[in-house]
Design a protein. Structure first.
Length: 102
């Protein structure tokens, strides 16, 4: 899809990790770091957009490094970027490039 400048502008002000995101990131089978989230925000690709989300506009980012793919759901706000959740996409539920639901 595309980069979202609104995401980067919000993230440059502040990144706020919601409790659900912290819980999901710290699961022993995931262990997603803050640095990985920052990389996803700055260098990831928007693969789904949710303009009508009840929490406000949000989107799904994909970031792939040499070791693994990470999905991050975030919501750009005027004063910060809210990280709603982060997880490792299941290969059985996503295309081989992790960009489309299977």
């Amino acid at each position: 899809m595309k980069k979202n400048n609104k995401i980067i502008l919000s993230a440059n002000k502040k990144i706020l990790f919601l409790p659900h995101a912290i819980k999901q990131m710290s699961r022993p089978d995931r262990m997603i770091t803050v640095d990985e989230i920052k990389e996803a925000v700055l260098n990831g690709e928007v693969i789904e957009e949710y303009p009508e989300d009840q929490r406000g506009e949000s989107c799904l980012l994909l970031y792939v490094n040499e070791n693994r793919a990470v999905h991050v759901v975030c919501a750009p706000k005027d004063e910060y970027l809210a990280i709603i959740t982060a997880y490792l996409p299941d290969p059985n539920q996503w295309s081989s490039d992790f960009k489309r639901r299977g």
